[in-house]
Design a protein around this ligand. Structure first.
Ligand SMILES: [Zn+2]
Length: 234
């Protein structure tokens, strides 16, 4: 399968489904990690222009740890809009180019608006990819890929309906998150938040719920004709 993660900021997919993506890679699937926003406002000291470049490098390093291909839409932070036709068409092209058999994205409700807008865009392109007269660089139309929502930050207001055992992938996931130094180091030094411990705790709790050591939780976007009788998650 070709697996396409559509996240908002350069570290969001690693946080929400990094273990699952690594597991897909281990099983021989091809994984693409697309972030819509470039994360240029995600620091209190580093200026946006410089941070944009730093975060692009960090995203590529993290994708390499997971074994995935990194794609950036390079939209500025606080700019993603579900109604943005240009971004929607660019994302449609990515779904076609990657020949995505499954899309993983943010939950429709999360802790910040950019995530929610990207979730809406991902749901949208799981439909627009099939429209023959919506022309993009890669010749369409594609199939209707099933869409899965990954956990919210800290799991708030999210009850998974499917779990992926990531016990063997948890260290790789944390290594990928560690690549986002501009975020992880800053949070530890200035906000006193140990983000790796934060993520480990969340995944341990999802593991507790699903009878394994560490897990990631998901919900499926329930919309015709994206439902299938077989399991798509690893
Ligand atoms: Zn984010």
């Amino acid at each position: 399968m070709n697996v396409l993660g559509i996240g908002c900021h350069p570290d969001d997919l690693e946080i929400g489904c990094g273990g699952t993506l690594a597991k897909y890679v281990k099983q021989g699937h091809r994984v693409f990690m697309c972030h819509v926003a470039n994360g240029n406002l995600g620091h209190a000291v580093i200026q946006p222009g410089e941070l944009r470049e730093i975060r692009d490098r960090e995203a590529k390093n993290a994708a390499a740890v997971i074994g995935a291909e990194s794609i950036s839409l390079d939209v500025g932070d606080l700019q993603p809009e579900a109604s943005d036709k240009q971004v929607r068409d660019a994302l449609t092209e990515i779904v076609r180019y990657t020949k995505a058999d499954i899309i993983i994205t943010h939950n429709p409700q999360d802790y910040m608006r950019d995530h929610e807008q990207v979730s809406s865009l991902a749901q949208d392109v799981s439909f627009t990819v099939t429209i023959p007269h919506l022309l993009t660089k890669t010749t369409g139309p594609g199939i209707f890929p099933p869409v899965f929502f990954m956990d919210t930050l800290a799991g708030i207001n999210f009850i998974p309906t499917e779990y992926v055992d990531i016990t063997e992938e948890i260290e790789k996931k944390l290594e990928a998150i560690s690549c986002h130094e501009s975020q992880v180091v800053w949070m530890k030094e200035h906000d006193k938040i140990d983000f790796l411990d934060f993520i480990r705790t969340c995944n341990k709790y999802r593991g507790l719920q699903s009878n394994c050591a560490f897990a990631e939780g998901f919900r499926q976007y329930a919309a015709w004709p994206r439902m299938h009788p077989r399991r798509f998650l690893p």
